[in-house]
Every structure is written in structure tokens, then in C-alpha cells.
Design a protein around this ligand. Sequence first.
Ligand code: PLP
Length: 447
Amino acid sequence: MQDEAQDPRRSVPRTDTLLADPALRAAAVRLGDTLVKQAVVTAQQRCRAGEIAPGQVLDEALAGLPARATALRRVLNATGVVVHTNLGRAPLSAAAVEALEVAAGATDVELDLASGRRGRRGRSAMAALAAAVPAAGGVHVVNNGAAALALAACALTEAGHGPRPEVVIARGELVEIGDGFRIPELLESAGARLREVGTTNRVRLDDYRAAVTERTAFVLKVHPSNFLVEGFTSSVGVAELTGLVGPEGPVPVVADIGSGLLTPHPRLPDEPSASAALGAGAALVTASGDKLLGGPQCGLLLGRADLVETLRRHPFARALRVDKLTLAALEATLAGPPPPVARALTATRGELCARAERIRDLLDGHVEARVVDSEAAVGGGGAPGVTLPSAAVALAAELAGPLRTDPELPVVGRVERGVLLLDLAAVAAEDDDALVAAVRRAAETAG
Ligand SMILES: *Cc1c(COP(=O)(O)O)cnc(C)c1O
């Protein structure tokens, strides 16, 4: 048994005494009571364990306060993967971030201020989307690309009487999109029945023709956005598919283009775009908003006005509805200056190399660094097999850990053949100086 006077629990400052401290009270206004209390409790525990003296508890609690009320950290993406799934896909433009701030409070997202009456939700974002894709008769936005596809599958295969209508899809397009999620399972979970045609590597128009019956709801064309099939292959494009006629007339073609390119991109010749798919006769296009479009996470539905209206008014649509923040960021992405993804796609190796040389020069005398040519990738967001000419700052591989865990600004690069490459393709030029500072800190940590 310990003597009470020596019991460390006796000398640990009390919680209410600590919470009454002006600095901690100010922190509670900004961060909330829970996070402040957590920091206090952690400091008290360290004191109880004999790791710090009672007189240090307050300072320890203050030092342990989080910077803000989210544990999410801003990270510099120096991986050379422009749309990086684990880093949150597309970074938003400054204009989109500003729009988020406006939308965060009470906003006229669903109110017409002139008349004082209810207005169509997100009408200015929808107008921006419609203006960006003139070929679309109707536009709608849902939570993500998968939601867009699920809504189409659910709403367009609704059974009148008899068996549920089918979705015709090529076996080579039964894609797994990531994290174990698969397009065919997504479609089936939305109630659709699949009619698979062709083989893994080849499908012909005749295969589709033979599969189209009075039970066909639509033909689905899925872009294999994260892999390439090479060699003895064949597939059927949207233009050919739109010629398919069933017993009840032309069969609608739904194109899941994945990446969200609205118009063809010169650097990505094989990547489908919404305008091209609609121009080729697709009745409906589904796509993500946070891949090559460079906007917030959302799913785009573009196409025939009657189909889009059917989807928009379907009960399931309410469960996939986007919030005001998404609408605001999407509108600013479409109407504002090119977002970071678009800028990354057009950067030349010369520009990136000049930036890498400047970074190397700023590190000179602090950290050993070289400038090397690099090959960046678009990423899980699309354009498999395409490399983007880039430049990187090459550092000792030992810096990878300290850079990634930098307390101020984590930097994620990629280690290749024992060298850490900080690829500049996905780093905004405005962040170059912050990158230099982070590398200097990491070098100090690494000793
Ligand atoms: C990414 C992708 C999806 C899923 O979109 P999310 O926005 O991730 O839900 C669906 N289809 C294709 C072809 C894709 O590339």
C-alpha cells in the first residue's frame, strides 16, 4: 500500500482546475470540449505514470491539442500519380474551396431569393454542367460514380409485369473498380439482371445483337478505366451499339465513362469523354466528378432529358442526393479556372524540370538532391497505360518516412530503386517552397 502523500494520483492537477485555464478555455471554444478534455486526460495519465511532473501537465495538455477539429491532414502529393485514390483523388481548385466556404453556412441552394419561393436545388451547378456538355439534354448529380450507375440500373430496369428487364454487358467490361467493389455486383445489388456477352478479350456486335430481346432495358458500355487488355482483343464502341434495335425499337446505350472527362483531351486520346459518348448516340453517360474532371466527389448523369428526369424523380435518387458543399464545389470547378488535375495534365516536362531545379538549388547545402526525369501517371482515375512526362527531385530513401510523418506538412513521394522521388506532376507550383521546407525538416529529423 502506498502512502497517500506519495500517491502520484494525489498530486496530479485536477481536471476542472486544468479546464479553467484561460488558454485551454480558449481552445475549447475553437475545438470543442471533447478534444480539449482528451488532451487533458492524456497529460494527466502521463503524470500518473510518472513520465512528467505535476507542474508540466498544463503545458503538456496544451502541446497535445490537435490543430483543428478534424484528424484529416493536408498532404503534398509528390507520388507522380495525379488522381491518387488514397490521397482523396482530385484536389480542389482555389475557386472551389472558396465556394465551399460560402456554401458552408445557410445558402440559397433551394430557395429563389427574388420570389422568396422554393427553387430547384442546385440549379446554378446544374446550369454550369449543362453548359459544359451541350450535347446533354438533361443533367443530374448524385453522390459518386457508383451511385450514378446504381441509380440508372435501378430506375431503368424497373419491372412492369413479368421478369425484371436485363442489362446487356460485355464480359470484358465486368470491372472491379477498387477496394473490392465490382461493377456487376453493384448492378445486381441495385436490382438489375445482367445478360453477359462475349469473352474476356473479345466481343462483337453480333454478340450484342443476339442478346437483345424484348426484356432488354439497356446496353451498358463500361470503360475499363484501371487496366488494359492487349493482344487478341476486340470491343464494340458506343456508336455501333446505338444501332441495336430490339423488338420494341432502338435499345438505349448507357456509357459509364468513369473518369469524367467532359470533352476529349489531347494528352489522353483513348480516354472516353461525355461529349464524345453522347455525340456517338449514348442515351445516358455516367461518370465521377473527382477523377479527371478535377472536382468534388460526385457522380454525373448526362443524357436524354426524359431518362435523366426519370432518374431524378426516382425514390432511390433521394438516397443518393449530394449536399450543398458538393454542388458549390462542382459549379466552381466547371465555371472557374482549371482545377489542379487539369493543370497537371497539361504541364510540360520543361516546366516541371525548371521547378525541380529551383527546389534542388534551394536545398543546396542542406540536403543532397538531384533532378531526374520521371514518368507520372493519371492514376486510378483513368487513362491506364498513359504516362505523363514529368520531373522529380531525387533524395535519399531514408527521408521517405520522416517526410511522410512531418508534423507540419506530410509529403508522400515514391521510392524507386532505392531512391526517394518527389515527382512534381501533382504538386502545385505554389507549394514548391512548402515542399523545400518539409524536406529540410525531414533531413534534420533523419539526422
Ligand atoms: C471510378 C469508376 C467508377 C466508380 O466511380 P466512383 O466515383 O468511384 O463511385 C465506376 N465506373 C468506372 C468505369 C470507373 O472508372
